[in-house]
Design a protein around this ligand. Structure first.
Ligand code: ADP
Length: 421
């Protein structure tokens, strides 16, 4: 039990009795650490569980207030490992990964080594736009189609862009994609959001546009600011095909001797396994964006370390891994194509001390003053580069395992053959 002052005792009893709602503690007390302690003690009395092992001290509860987490009673500790250097676009990065999965950091580290010893990886950010798709209902299909025509008319779009962009100096509307379901209209707004992941920003812009459209379409009924055509935190073909956040492709050519020495396998074994597992196997499974070995392992670990929204791992892990033999079949060309990496370096959890430290390690902490958006784009490239390393290493482990198994099979069968002979 924690040491409790008389004054706190009164508040704890009141919370336990249900007289004081736990969520008012921060604003009533003006002391976030004290509020968390009182809430925790009240919880202990109500449940009989002390949460031993979940630390209370050593965390700045003020930094999460009205931003990151409500009703705090402590914080979960996660180890952070470092994979690298990842040689990407001629620069070295040490990639922080928060995980409790043994081997994950070691494996990614091995992939980084293979990439570095082969001259490095290169990345391209093809698109950069966060999306939000409200759903509005019109009295009839005809009226809904009129609204589509209005939105798609170029001069109207220009006006809507001006209205949208008032939401932030970083928000720039790129397009509106319309889809109908009967008289319900889904408008997928896409916009650049500087270094922010951008959900708040794009939502504010969308609200501005909906308010404006109501003038010309008073019969438009706004059903929800999010109609799921966005599509946030759910597997959806629209993100896989159209992209969401940053669309990144990353490639490397791994030398034959590096495949042998570092990855302990061969180029033909990797190419064949990629075809059978990541392409055909995922097709058999009916995969949606899952044409990879374990992109989400790396995405989740880097997301948690750098203060991203881990729920966006769903679409941020969409990835197709390609492998082919090049240079007269000697070397391995490997690439990962990831159309919807949703990351930011400002806002959300990125400003918390631990997460900011990890962003700082990568040189992408906070807003880029010279070129807004470049920190977030670089972070997306690093995520893709780390995924490339992770794919290389795990696929090699599988390919090597396959080789080991086939050797064993070969040895056994040859014994059998000799016995039979
Ligand atoms: P999100 O839209 O990802 O939820 P927030 O709206 O919480 O993010 O955070 C973005 C905030 O950071 C905005 O208020 C914005 O004005 C500010 N900001 C400062 N510099 C930048 C930058 N370079 N890019 C984007 N936003 C920035």
């Amino acid at each position: 039990m924690l040491a409790v002052t008389e004054e706190d005792e009164e508040i704890i009893s009141s919370v336990v009795a249900g007289k004081t709602p736990s969520y008012v503690l921060e604003s009533n007390l003006g002391d976030c650490r004290r509020a968390a302690g009182i809430r925790r003690e009240a919880l202990r009395r109500m449940t009989g569980r002390a949460l031993e092992g979940l630390p209370l001290d050593g965390f700045d509860y003020g930094s999460i207030l009205r931003q990151c987490c409500e009703l705090p009673v402590g914080y979960v500790q996660l180890p952070v490992g470092i994979a690298g250097p990842l040689l990407l676009d001629r620069r070295q990065y040490y990639v922080p990964m928060a995980t409790t999965e043994g081997c994950l950091v070691a494996s990614t580290n091995r992939g980084c080594k293979a990439i570095a010893e082969s001259g490095g990886a290169a990345s391209v950010v093809l698109r950069d736009g966060m999306t939000r798709a409200p759903v509005v209902r019109l009295p009839s299909v005809r009226r809904a189609a009129e609204l589509v025509a209005f939105v798609e008319e170029p001069s109207n779009f220009e006006t809507l862009a001006v209205v949208f962009n008032r939401s932030s100096r970083f928000a720039r509307l790129q397009g509106i994609q319309c889809a109908l379901a009967g008289r319900n209209l889904y408008m997928r707004f896409s916009c650049s959001t500087g270094d922010a992941m951008g959900m708040n920003m794009v939502s504010k812009g969308v609200q501005n546009v909906l308010d404006y459209l109501q003038g010309d379409f008073p019969d438009m009924d706004v059903m929800s600011i999010s109609g799921n055509f966005c599509s946030d935190k759910k597997p959806a073909a629209v993100n896989w095909i159209e992209g969401r956040g940053k669309s990144v492709v990353c490639e490397a050519t791994i030398k034959e001797e590096v495949v042998k020495k570092v990855l302990k396998t061969t180029v033909p074994a990797l190419v064949e396994l990629n075809m059978i597992k990541n392409l055909a196997g995922s097709a058999v499974a009916g995969a949606l964006g899952g044409f990879n070995a374990h992109a989400s392992n790396i995405v989740s670990a880097v997301f948690i370390a750098t203060g991203q929204d881990p729920a966006q791992n769903v679409e941020s892990s969409h990835c197709i891994t390609m492998m082919e033999a090049v240079n007269d079949g000697k070397d391995l060309h490997v690439s990962v194509t990831m159309p919807s990496i949703e990351v930011g370096t400002v806002g959300g959890g990125t400003q918390l001390a631990s997460q900011a430290a990890c962003l700082d390690l990568l040189g992408v902490k906070g807003a880029s003053l010279e070129s807004p958006g470049s920190n977030a784009r670089l972070l997306a490239s690093i995520v893709a580069g780390a995924v490339l390393a992770g794919e290389l290493s795990l696929m090699s482990a599988h390919a090597a395992g396959h080789l080991v198994r086939s050797h064993m099979k070969y040895n056994r069968s040859s014994k059998d053959v000799s016995k039979a002979a």
